[in-house]
Design a binder for this molecule. Structure first.
Ligand SMILES: [Zn+2]
Length: 307
């Protein structure tokens, strides 16, 4: 049942990905705002229209869209809307939405170099072009305008943008102070620990981002806000954020210390560590598992445990 609650309606949309359904939210502000827009499939669009119908709305009633981040399951449906629809998000969404040949080249080059550094056997290199497979569920368009730290989105005077990079470099969350509600995208998920996905350096930067270190910082950052409840990108709401953050950080630290104990015994490549952490999954999900592995090493380095 899709319904309004305190000016927010949660829509749950199917995806073809292992993660299952994705959430999108309507905010009844001065402008009717959609936060995130499921994958580009007929099923997702049909489900979206059906849920709008329960709210007595049509898709043309939506006045603007805000993206929490650029992943296909949060942006793809935009291709079903007219191009004139206003879409706002962090500037780093742009390279993933309005994809150019030079970005693809940069992307592949970035991964090729990393795979080489990580000791990944050549037979896996063909996976690099497959990494972009999921982009067929994404959209092709440009942002109308950008949202960054501290911004109040147009037409949403009660809401404020908090940058929460880590899971994606483009990730932002929306916070409403009056009742402590956060729309947290994939930064906060009740039962899954969000993958700190490796991405090419931001335009103009040379070094790759360290997504797990960023992710942890973004978690800790949220603790300074009086957050009562988090609407998540997948699954249920999170109510006790500080306990959630504490648990996530503790579990991640533990995993990193396991990796450190292996490195005390012998030297290992990133790929060898990845295989130990994810003995069966790594073949199927190399980008995710390598990102997670590098994350543990970046983390250990950041706390001075390894060099
Ligand atoms: Zn995501």
């Amino acid at each position: 049942m899709t319904e309004w609650k305190d000016g927010i309606a949660k829509l749950t949309l199917p995806t073809p990905f292992p993660v299952g359904d994705v959430n999108a939210y309507l905010i009844d502000g001065e402008r009717l705002t959609l936060v995130d827009a499921g994958v580009k499939t007929e099923e997702a669009w049909a489900s979206f229209l059906e849920q709008l119908d329960m709210l007595h709305l049509r898709h043309s009633d939506i006045e603007q869209v805000i993206l929490t981040h650029h992943h296909p399951d949060h942006v793809g449906l935009l291709d079903f809307f007219p191009h004139s629809l206003e879409v706002y998000g962090h500037p780093l969404n742009e390279r993933w939405l309005n994809r150019t040949e030079s970005f693809f080249q940069e992307h592949d080059e970035f991964y090729r170099k990393l795979f080489h550094e990580f000791g990944i056997p050549a037979k896996f290199f063909e996976l690099i072009s497959l990494l972009k497979e999921s982009l067929k569920f994404s959209c092709n368009r440009s942002l109308t305008g950008s949202l960054t730290e501290g911004d109040k989105p147009m037409g949403l005077s009660e809401w404020k943008v908090i940058e929460t990079p880590g899971h994606a470099q483009s990730h932002i969350s929306l916070f409403r102070k009056k009742d402590g509600i956060l729309i947290g995208g994939d930064h906060i998920l009740a039962h899954i620990s969000p993958n700190p996905l490796l991405e090419p350096p931001a335009p103009g930067e040379k070094e790759r981002p360290k997504p797990l270190v960023q992710y942890n910082q973004s978690l800790i950052k949220l603790l300074s806000y009086p957050i009562q409840m988090v609407y998540t990108g997948h699954g249920e709401e999170v109510f006790d954020l500080s306990m959630h953050v504490e648990k996530r950080l503790a579990r991640q630290h533990e995993r990193a210390m396991t990796v450190k104990s292996w490195l005390e015994e012998e030297s290992l490549t990133v790929f060898e560590i990845c295989k130990r952490l994810f003995p069966t999954v790594y073949k199927r999900e190399l980008a995710l598992t390598i990102s997670e592995t590098v994350g543990q090493l970046d983390y250990l380095e950041s706390i001075g445990q390894i060099k």
